[in-house]
Ligand binder design. Structure first.
Ligand code: F6R
Length: 358
């Protein structure tokens, strides 16, 4: 049941310290500074990684592709529905990673079958044990987030991102093409601290107050760079799904290439500054000059806080973790905006938990 919570979504947001602990449990060896993922496939010669999913799972794929690229590996996030037209002819050394909470999404399954047909190594990062995608991939990597009832994916995004982070560090260690400059120890150490940090954000968040303040606007923009770009996209998807308000998420730098035409004093801009973010500050200020309220999602001592109209605070951690914490703040924001508007939060109109048609 929902227990003390009004909705499954809120319960699942608050479950994240526990669900993240389960994702990570037994998979990190801090003493040796390495991952222990129990992967049988030999990934030492993988040259390219295709991360494929839909919706929120696609955003987790984007997050992971960014991280893998920073480890010196060539990685692409590809929308499952576009895989047939955009993947080209993958080389034999391509690893295909299906990212899907349910393991039953038709678009993702169809892309996986295509990858299997051309003989790629395939992994499934999924929540549902023995789901179709889990069975049809060479190996499943279970995120162990527990059942997710709310249609809007929350705890499973965090767990997918954490699982894919572990996979990226596994690849960085075993793969001959990966760069050795990646500081695995610091990342893994922060990742094991992430569940407690999520707890802290859940307890201290002022998202309720901001939801009341920014309730009646024309559109909501979410911007970020790198890992923060995937969080901005995910923040906007969650927002539109459950509030039914128009929201867009994109790379900070894109604001000036078109969306700025839509910016007014009725279009709040949420700026995710949890990574290399000085350019995001500049981009946010461009929107502010046109009257838009800026809500910084950043550490309290970040330079954007001086100019921002409001602030959602996150602790200073490795960018993988601080971006996931920014995402938690945005989950709360969406949830409280949707409750203020009286929306059907656990079952938003026109949406299904698992989409089994292409
Ligand atoms: C968003 C959401 C959807 C799913 C998408 C993929 O909150 O729930 O966008 O993420 O339909 O579903 P899975 O991950 O089951 O493949």
């Amino acid at each position: 049941g929902k227990g003390q919570y009004d909705h499954f979504m809120l319960k699942e947001i608050h479950t994240q310290p526990t669900s993240l602990r389960k994702t990570i449990e037994g998979r990190v060896d801090l003493d040796s500074g390495s991952t222990d993922l129990d992967i049988e496939s030999d990934l030492s010669e993988v040259e390219t990684v295709h991360l494929v999913g839909c919706g929120t799972s696609y955003h987790a794929a984007l997050f992971a592709a960014c991280l893998l690229n920073r480890c010196g590996l060539s990685a692409r996030a590809i929308r499952a529905s576009e895989y047939d037209l955009t993947a080209g002819t993958p080389s034999n050394n391509t690893l295909f990673v299906a990212v899907t909470q349910s393991g039953e999404t038709a678009d993702t399954l169809s892309a996986l079958r295509r990858a299997n047909d051309v003989g790629l190594d395939t992994l499934a990062v999924t929540n549902v044990v023995q789901s179709t995608v889990a069975r049809e991939a060479d190996e499943p990597l279970y995120i162990r987030a527990g059942p997710e009832i709310g249609v809007a994916a929350t705890k499973t995004f965090s767990s997918q991102a954490a699982m894919l982070t572990l996979l990226s560090q596994h690849l960085a260690r075993v793969n001959q093409y990966a760069s050795r400059v990646n500081n695995i120890e610091a990342l893994l150490s922060d990742l094991t601290d992430l569940p407690d940090a999520v707890e802290g954000v859940l307890q201290s968040s002022n998202a309720t107050r901001l939801a009341e303040k920014y309730l009646d606007e024309n559109a909501y923009f979410f911007i970020g760079r790198g890992l923060g770009c995937s969080v901005a996209k995910e923040g906007a998807l969650k927002f539109k799904e459950i509030t039914y308000e128009h929201a867009e998420g994109f790379a900070s730098g894109e604001l000036k290439h078109g969306p700025l035409a839509l910016v007014t004093d009725r279009t709040p801009v949420f700026a995710v500054c949890a990574d290399d973010s000085s350019k995001t500050v500049t981009n946010a200020k461009e929107a502010q000059t046109r009257g838009a309220p800026i809500i910084a999602v950043s550490t309290s001592d970040h330079s954007i806080v001086d100019t921002a109209d409001d602030h959602l605070s996150i602790p200073d951690m490795h960018p993988v973790c601080s971006n996931l914490l920014a995402n938690v703040q945005l989950q709360l924001l969406s949830y409280y905006c949707a409750t203020e508007l009286g929306r059907a939060i656990d079952k938003p109109r026109n949406l299904a938990k698992s989409v089994t048609v292409e």
